[in-house]
Design a protein around this ligand. Structure first.
Ligand SMILES: Nc1ncnc2c1ncn2[C@@H]1O[C@H](COP(=O)(O)OP(=O)(O)OP(=O)(O)O)[C@@H](O)[C@H]1O
Length: 260
């Protein structure tokens, strides 16, 4: 077990607005975190820090063995997998699915003149198979359904065997079948012995895959609860975070919530 992330008194201020306020948080290599909170709570801002894609206005962010501000981002970023809608928008619509995953090995989107090794191609094909995408290998990324595109984004983000995997709303906009298919794959991945530390942002407790161990609840840029998942995902904590009275159920490790 190793520490992969440490936030110490981290604040983010943009244009005079405090978006994250004095956050303290640690993530270890054997932990899988879910982050929940209302729209505008600061979840994506927090994930961008963890991805070494932005810097805090105050405090210290340590990722793997580096500190943001002094770290060599060129070395650090390939060790972090990040799947988000913003990243997906940078993928050319006519990029072949195999290339979308393969180009992760070179930290680029869009194939150009890179010379790929057979070993990379074989790895990309193995990753596509793991995420049930082999049949789409030669299809254009832009022609896939939302559910298939989400799986390709995740396959791309795990291609480099990251030590830290960040997922920003992987199940957003999916229909029930596509969501459940994705959650099954994520559950399997999260529970595999060699899984990296994972941090997943979601809007719904129904989207927490089995195998997730910890939760952080955010509201107005501040932590309302943080720790082992069953201590944090409670009706009282969710009610405080979302500002309404909630009833919470847990069935075979999956949560569901509704207002009362
Ligand atoms: N440059 C900026 N200036 C002022 N406010 C900003 C700036 N950038 C982001 N914000 C605000 O910071 C807040 C947090 O944004 P963020 O995207 O991190 O929230 P989120 O929890 O991911 O929201 P959502 O669930 O809607 O995706 C939002 O209210 C947003 O409007």
């Amino acid at each position: 077990m190793a520490r992969v992330l440490q936030f110490t008194d981290v604040s983010v201020v943009r244009d005079g607005t405090t978006i994250l306020d004095s956050l303290n948080w640690t993530v270890d290599s054997d932990e899988r975190w879910v982050i929940l909170g209302p729209n505008g709570a600061g979840k994506t801002t927090l994930l961008q820090l963890a991805a070494a894609q932005s810097h805090p206005s105050a405090g210290t962010v340590e990722i793997l063995d580096s500190t943001l501000g002094t770290a060599d981002l060129f070395d650090l970023r390939p060790r972090i997998g990040f799947a988000s809608t913003a990243m997906a928008r940078r993928i050319p619509k006519n990029e072949k699915v195999l290339d979308v995953v393969l180009t992760a090995a070179y930290s680029v989107t869009g194939r150009w003149n890179e010379a790929y090794e057979d070993v990379d191609t074989r790895r990309a094909q193995r990753v596509l198979a793991e995420w049930k995408l082999s049949a789409f290998e030669s299809r254009n990324f832009g022609d896939l359904s939302d559910g298939e595109q989400k799986r390709v984004q995740i396959a791309r983000s795990v291609m480099t065997d990251p030590e830290l995997l960040l997922l920003d709303e992987p199940a957003a906009s999916l229909d029930l079948g596509a969501r459940e298919e994705l959650l099954q794959l994520l559950s399997g991945y999260a529970q595999a012995p060699k899984a990296p530390a994972i941090i997943m942002v979601t809007h719904h407790v129904e989207e927490i895959p089995l195998g997730f161990t910890h939760a952080l609840l955010l509201a107005d840029g501040a932590v309302t609860a943080s720790g082992p998942i069953r201590e944090v995902i409670t009706a009282a904590n969710l009610g405080d975070t979302f500002g309404l009275a909630l009833e919470l159920d847990e069935n075979d490790g999956r949560f569901s919530a509704h207002a009362v």
